[in-house]
Design a protein around this ligand. Structure first.
Ligand code: ADP
Ligand code: MG
Length: 827
């Protein structure tokens, strides 16, 4: 345990950080002069006798706090997160070694797994109504319940009397309802509850509430427990919107509970004198805290001990992980001496263990998939460069050295007798399509077919138009498969693909899911990784193909994250734009300055340039405050730019119509193309030099970046004009500022990561990764890194997980990944 001095210093250091992170970081604005304050305490700390690790951590803090006071809010937030991580390590550093859980046999383990699947209705207290509510929260089994962690915790180790409550502090108090009424201050409606005990009275106030619900909820004489910050108003202690629990047995709870527990000691010790879990804010559950708590207690008592995931002891020791069973127990019912702040932040030893578990098994699967891929049998393409050489001669430009480097990577992958599994990252406009096409030609040279998949039909069409114009010159055939094809057209295409007469088939991912059979599929190119997910590969294999896979993404994922998440992919980066690109100027306009935007459009078009105008919606909808593409296209044509041709394109149009519009735009028959975000990806018209984005405040950062990437593709300067309705929210303001500051996709995605968090950026759902039960990418990023290293080193030592100490871990892995881990290697 840390010495007293150290403890004091840690507390002093942490106080401002806690404050700063409060209110979802809204407090950061008011945090002043952190630098000198922290430096003062850090010097004190470093003067103490410290372990080398602690010393290093304190030194890291010292370095990182430099310059803090001058940072902007986004940076500050990231920095505070960083400090908190270091703090965590500082606190854990020398906590006592953890006990190990007894190691079950395989038979016992399987029995445990089975027991944990017991339906939740079998637990005492769970009636039909409750089990319906639980089902909505996806809690069906006792295991689901075990992982349904409290939303937060309340410190009821000390329940005070009203006279003991200190103003300005968050306190918990017990009392009896004296009065419950609605009152009006000026026009504001307030619900007031007067609570009394033998030492005084306290008023609880609600300013937002449902009158019917609140009135029916309280009766005089009812015993309550309340928790919240104490305010003083006209000498009266108050709590506003307190957390509250009714202590009397309500009808439902007493029914459900039967006669087994009265109001005796057992019952009280669950709800008082301890750190108490508060579950879900969901309607129906939140009001039944006591019932839920009892049910959870049952579940934990009966089943937590059966939770076991098989992470080797050695790793648990190295990573200071408490046993899974203990983690689950303490996450629900913390031990008396636990640090409530850590619990509330999701950083207690229990949370740490559960998070590590999540990450570890994800990374283990990735590591395994990667090692499996390396060993799997695939196609060793005999590459002659017959077609790629011809293509190079046809191109009006030479490839950049970044493109060449990536092609070398791809070629060497394709020559290997194992399937390629490569992620190609490159900012918008960096020229990924041509690289993919070259790869496709290499496959075709060996007599194989290529499937090219895009996330939307419009993008598939765009690819098709580009690809066809090139490959036809080489005497090859490309085909576009979309849902709008007529039945007989489709059947003809299917036949031609099956016979191998089509060399490149382009479409959405329906291409590999529907009845398409290839003659000899050699390479699958998947555009826009994050919209597909790694799972596509498994689908292909199920169909009996084991092609090389090239995944392209234009949404740059920060390198660290890409490595961590797509650990089973090799990554190549095109980090260079084609030469001669003139940077895009980005400016933000207020709605009211629209005439200036129109003036710029007119000037550019008069110079022979073209423009995009993007709206968030296709047509007028429920949101009347939003301008929609259809209406605005009409308006622009008729009222603003009668001298130019305005076109409209959106995702709901027929694909022939889309094709015509795109062809017209390319041929400059259309000057202004109004669209929805369907042009987000892929459209390529170098002569378009202005991008207007309406309601820019509503778009996400990466979306804005993608849209902007549609211009700046020619030799002349381009502009991106963001029109936003002011005032914008804080986050939106931040996004617009970032757009004005940089065009570097990596910087943008890193900022995006700070604003939104990486889970949002990628979505485990779509990525084909197992869902996390507790972990959170951003908050727990350090732990992710540790878990990754451990997992990869396990697989390096035991690629099939067949060592005796790894068997249970393997079982857990298979269960968590299920069919997503399409690997024969681990049987
Ligand atoms: P991405 O798909 O990476 O966003 P594209 O493949 O659509 O980018 O390429 C953007 C534009 O740059 C296209 O017009 C393409 O023809 C052009 N381009 C690609 N590579 C080069 C290069 N090496 N030199 C000049 N222009 C290039
Ligand atoms: Mg592209």
């Amino acid at each position: 345990m840390p010495s007293e001095d150290l403890k004091q210093i840690l507390e002093a250091l942490e106080k401002p950080l806690r404050f700063a992170s409060g209110n979802d970081y809204a407090n950061l604005k008011t945090l002043k002069a952190l630098e000198p304050y922290m430096a003062h305490w850090l010097e004190k700390a470093l003067a103490l006798p410290l372990s080398p690790r602690r010393q290093e951590l304190f030194n890291r803090l010292m370095v990182q706090v430099k310059g803090f006071d001058g940072m902007d809010l986004v940076k500050k937030k990231a920095q505070v997160l960083e400090f908190q991580k270091i703090f965590n390590d500082l606190k854990c550093e020398d906590s006592a070694p953890v006990p190990c859980q007894p190691w079950p046999t395989l038979a016992e383990f399987r029995q445990f797994r089975q027991d944990l699947q017991t339906p939740i209705q079998y637990i005492k207290g769970v009636g039909p109504r409750l089990s319906e509510i639980l089902k909505k929260k996806n809690i069906r089994t006792v295991e689901d319940a075990l992982y349904f962690l409290p939303r937060f915790y309340q410190d009821r180790r000390q329940i005070k009397t009203i006279s003991q409550l200190a103003v300005g502090k968050v306190e918990t108090v017990m009392g009896t309802v004296r009065q419950a009424e609605m009152s009006y201050y000026r026009k504001r409606r307030t619900f007031e509850l007067t609570i009394g005990d033998e030492t005084g009275t306290l008023v609880a106030k609600w300013f937002h509430f449902n009158p019917r619900y609140m009135k029916g909820r309280f009766r005089k004489g009812m015993r309550l427990i309340l928790s919240g910050e104490i305010n003083l108003y006209q000498f009266q202690k108050e709590m506003h919107h307190p957390e509250l629990e009714i202590l009397e047995e309500s009808e439902e709870t007493s029914n459900a509970e039967g006669t087994s527990s009265g109001k005796g000691g057992v019952e009280d010790s669950l709800h008082f004198g301890r750190i108490v879990p508060i579950y879900s804010e969901t309607e129906g559950l939140y009001q039944r805290q006591r019932l839920i708590r009892r049910i959870m207690k049952n579940v934990v008592d009966l089943f937590a001990a059966k939770a076991f995931s098989g992470i080797p002891e050695e790793i648990c020791r190295r990573q200071r992980l408490i046993p899974l069973a203990e983690a689950l127990r303490r996450a629900h019912f913390p031990d008396p001496d636990e640090d409530i702040a850590l619990l509330l932040e999701g950083k207690s030893p229990s949370h740490r263990r559960l998070i590590f578990d999540d990450f570890f098994f994800m990374e283990l699967g990735l590591a395994l998939r990667r090692s499996g891929t390396l060993m799997e049998k695939g196609i060793a393409f005999p590459i002659s460069h017959r077609y790629t050489q011809q293509l190079r001669e046809l191109l009006p430009f030479v490839l950049t050295s970044a493109q060449e480097r990536v092609l070398t990577d791809i070629e060497s992958d394709m020559r290997q007798p194992h399937p390629m599994n490569r992620l190609l990252q490159g900012d918008v406009g960096s020229g990924k399509t041509i690289v993919a096409l070259m790869a496709g030609l290499m496959a075709i040279e060996g007599g194989y077919q290529v499937a090219m998949m895009a996330p939307t039909e419009i993008l598939a069409e765009q690819h098709f138009l580009n690809v066809r114009s090139v490959v036809e010159k080489l005497g090859l055939r490309a085909a576009l498969l979309t849902s709008s094809l007529k039945k007989n057209q489709k059947e003809t295409l299917y036949r031609e693909i099956a016979k191998g007469e089509i060399h490149i088939a382009i479409g959405t991912h329906a291409l590999i899911q529907e009845g398409v059979e290839f003659h000899k599929l050699g390479l699958a190119v998947i555009d826009e990784q994050h919209k597909f997910g790694v799972i596509q590969r498994a689908t292909l294999k199920k169909k009996g193909y084991n092609p090389d896979v090239l995944v392209m993404t234009a949404t740059p994922i920060p390198r660290t994250l890409a490595m961590t998440l797509y650990g089973d992919l090799e990554v190549s980066v095109i980090d260079q734009l084609p030469p001669g690109r003139v940077p895009i100027t980005t400016r933000v306009f207020n709605e009211k300055e629209r005439f200036r935007v129109y003036r710029i459009l007119r000037e550019e078009i008069s110079k022979g340039k073209q423009a995009y105008v993007v709206y968030p919606l296709v047509e007028e909808s429920e949101r009347l405050d939003l301008k929609d593409a259809t209406q605005m296209a009409k308006h622009l044509q008729r009222d603003i730019f009668p001298e130019f041709k305005v076109g409209l394109i959106h995702g709901r149009m027929k694909s022939e119509d889309k094709e015509t519009i795109m062809a017209d735009f390319k041929a400059r028959r259309i000057h202004i193309l109004v669209s929805t975000i369907v042009i987000e990806v892929g459209i390529d018209v170098p002569n378009a030099s202005v991008m207007v984005i309406e309601h820019a405040e509503r778009f996400g950062l990466s979306q804005l970046h993608q849209l902007r990437g549609r211009v700046g593709r020619g030799q002349d300067p381009s502009q991106c004009l963001l029109v936003a309705k002011h005032p914008v929210s804080e986050d939106a303001g931040r996004r617009l500022r970032v757009m004005g500051q940089t065009t570097d996709g990596f910087k943008i995605s890193e900022e995006d990561l700070v604003i939104r968090g990486p889970g949002d950026l990628l979505g485990t759902q779509q990525s084909g990764l197992p869902d996390f039960r507790v972990a959170n990418f951003l908050r727990d990023f350090d732990l992710l890194h540790e878990a990754r290293q451990e997992a990869f080193s396990v697989i390096a030592r035991d690629p099939t997980l067949s060592l005796p100490g790894h068997i249970l871990m393997r079982e857990t892995l298979k269960e968590r990944w299920q069919e997503r881990l399409a690997l024969a290697t681990i049987g």
